[in-house]
Design a protein around this ligand. Structure first.
Ligand code: ADP
Ligand code: MG
Length: 465
């Protein structure tokens, strides 16, 4: 079925929902797979309960339906529970010159892409380019990622093969793809004769399956075994995919034997890859496994500063600090948060303040909020100042208990998305103005009293960590 004759009639609200679905997918599947499969999808129509989307080719449509339909449907249902079915059609009008019905043509396009000299990036299904923002000098280095960064740089700059493979291990949105693109771009610039192939493991699997289907497995093998640098992103994707693992294993060995560089990323370390053949797991750990750890506050602040500078935007330090404290999930969300604030201030033509930031990012902040509860904060603060938990709720006003209570209220305001009245209720039914007063008081005192400022900082770190 093709639906190109039907005009897209999604409303603004639906387009916003679609953007959210896309954002979630992007975080879940990673940049490489998102660009390959999901980014090209377009929203067509929504009637009542059915959401219709379209993919540019039949191949892509089939892949998306097979691998992502359940997630896409679930995400749409989160937007609105009434959306209970989805449909992905083929948008043939986009490519009038080729038949999208037999899949052969786009197969040919990909094969051509793969044979191109020097660099082949399959991050965008048909663009064949690396993300130009993902360079080493755009990567902010801190404790959690310094080893991965140093190893990536060494791999990119070295004349000879150093660690083989280099394996970058880290959770979603922590910079794996960024570093991989940076390595590829660096080698391309510095050693233009080297053939660098970067692709997601998912894309590798897709190419492999297609080669089998079109009976050119030999050509596939030749292509991947004749590269100088092979980079496979998100290797966890092929866990449980036996024939792809088998093929990958042979490719891997062939390249190692010829002393060609291999760079792999995965969302966990090789030994933790479940459903991965033991021999492949152990081989993935042969070289250097560099962990990218969750961000810490300093790194988040550094990244925000760098991104704000790049955008040429004036963002008050207080706002950057607030974001660094509150968006702790991953760098992608951190960046997304900053971008939303910048876009908002741009649109309404007003400078960025802490209030607008809180307003604009309310949903994101809530999602980042799960971890620390008011009770956690009260308990920690009580322990720290050696008072009883009950003193958090009691009416006692002695300084020895009142000050810690104020610190706890302040931290609740900083670290959770609870409103002032909600916080007040949890502190023995106090009024929201009491909480507001506590927040101001602690802010003032921290300016003058270094010991208190240190206590607050320490508590915040413990609660966030
Ligand atoms: P992953 O592949 O690990 O899921 P990405 O490499 O796609 O994560 O990173 C997500 C986003 O965060 C990208 O826009 C990337 O540029 C940015 N990012 C991650 N780490 C850093 C860092 N240390 N400095 C600057 N930007 C970063
Ligand atoms: Mg990635």
């Amino acid at each position: 079925m093709t639906i190109d004759s039907i005009p897209a009639q999604a409303t603004t609200e639906q387009n916003v929902q679609w953007e959210r679905v896309r954002g979630r997918l992007r975080t879940e599947v990673g940049e490489a797979a998102f660009n390959s499969w999901l980014k090209p999808l377009t929203l067509q129509t929504i009637d009542d309960r059915k959401v219709a989307m379209a993919a540019p080719t039949r191949f892509m449509r089939d892949w998306v339906v097979k691998n992502y339909a359940d997630r896409i449907r679930a995400l749409w249902q989160e937007q609105d529970p009434q959306f209970d079915s989805i449909e992905v059609a083929v948008l043939s009008a986009r490519a009038p010159a080729k038949s999208t019905e037999n899949g052969q043509d786009d197969g040919q396009t990909d094969a051509d892409g793969l044979a191109a000299p020097n660099i082949v990036a399959s991050s965008g299904a048909h663009e064949g380019s690396l993300d130009p923002r993902f360079h080493f000098d755009q990567f902010v280095v801190g404790k959690p990622n310094e080893l991965a960064y140093a190893a990536a740089r060494r791999t990119a700059e070295s004349e000879t093969v150093t660690f083989n493979p280099l394996y970058l291990a880290g959770g979603v949105g922590l910079g794996k793809t960024h570093l991989m693109h940076a390595i590829a771009a660096h080698i391309r610039a510095r050693f233009p004769a080297r053939r660098v192939v970067y692709l997601s493991a998912e894309r590798f699997m897709y190419e492999f399956i297609k080669a089998l289907r079109f009976k050119n497995a030999m050509a596939f093998k030749d292509k991947f075994r004749s590269v100088d640098v092979l980079m496979i992103d998100d290797v966890q994707f092929i866990a449980g995919k036996e024939s792809t693992q088998e093929e990958f294993f042979h490719t891997f060995n062939a390249l190692i034997d010829q002393n060609r560089q291999i760079v792999i990323s995965g969302d966990r370390s090789p030994s933790d890859l479940d459903n991965m053949e033991e021999r492949l797991r152990s081989r993935l750990g042969w070289g250097l496994v560099a962990d990218i750890h969750a961000t810490d506050y300093e790194l988040r602040l550094g990244i925000l500063q760098s991104k704000a500078d790049q955008a040429g935007a004036e963002v008050p330090q207080q706002v950057l600090e607030f974001l660094a404290h509150r968006i702790t999930s991953n760098v992608r969300e951190l960046e997304g948060g900053l971008n939303r604030v910048l876009a908002y201030s741009n649109l309404v033509g007003r400078p960025i303040t802490l209030e607008t930031t809180q307003e604009v990012l309310r949903d994101l902040l809530r999602a980042n909020d799960r971890r620390v509860t008011i009770e956690d904060i009260q308990r920690r603060v009580a322990e720290h100042f050696n008072i009883r938990m009950a003193d958090m709720h009691s009416p006692r006003r002695a300084r020895a208990v009142a000050r810690p209570r104020q610190v706890a209220m302040y931290l609740c305001k900083q670290l959770t998305a609870r409103s002032l009245p909600e916080i007040g209720r949890k502190f023995g039914g106090r009024d929201h103005t009491t909480v507001m007063h506590a927040v101001r008081r602690v802010e003032e005192l921290s300016q003058m009293d270094a010991a208190l400022a240190e206590d607050v900082d320490l508590l915040r770190r413990m609660l966030e960590g």
